[in-house]
Design a protein around this ligand. Structure first.
Ligand code: AMP
Length: 114
């Protein structure tokens, strides 16, 4: 989608602190971090949210999770623990309508979330 901010980041049209990119997935630092480690893992191709995913998206989801786990290793939080979050829709606080997996870590994270 031409006007989607995360599509633009994946294309390199908008700057971001990209920490990983491959043919399917891009990972970059959240501009407003909520924890010492806060990365976003997105598909390069536009998907509006997790609600749009179906059985055919299994490989994409696996790729996002594998990258998130690798990023957690690289950021030094794999041993202490981290949270992977998909916000879907208004009540969950989804503010960017492009599927993104939050990777949060580096401090104890409260549960339940707010
Ligand atoms: P959500 O509320 O689940 O939709 O999360 C969207 C996240 O994207 C928020 O944590 C924002 O801080 C982050 N965000 C929005 N725009 C940018 C950007 N240009 N670069 C990096 N992170 C962004």
């Amino acid at each position: 989608m031409s006007d989607c901010i995360f599509c633009k980041i994946a294309r390199g049209d908008v700057p971001a602190q990209i920490v990983h990119q491959d043919g399917q997935v891009t990972a970059f630092r959240d501009v407003n971090p909520q924890a010492p480690v806060h990365l976003l893992v997105i598909p390069n191709q536009h998907v509006g949210s997790a609600a749009e995913l179906g059985p055919g998206n299994g490989p994409l989801l696996a790729a996002m999770l594998v990258v998130a786990n690798r990023m957690a290793e690289g950021e030094g939080v794999a041993g202490t623990g981290y949270r992977l979050v998909l916000n879907v829709g208004a009540d969950a606080g989804q503010s960017v309508p492009h599927l993104h997996l939050h990777l949060l870590g580096g401090r104890p994270l409260a549960w339940p979330p707010g």
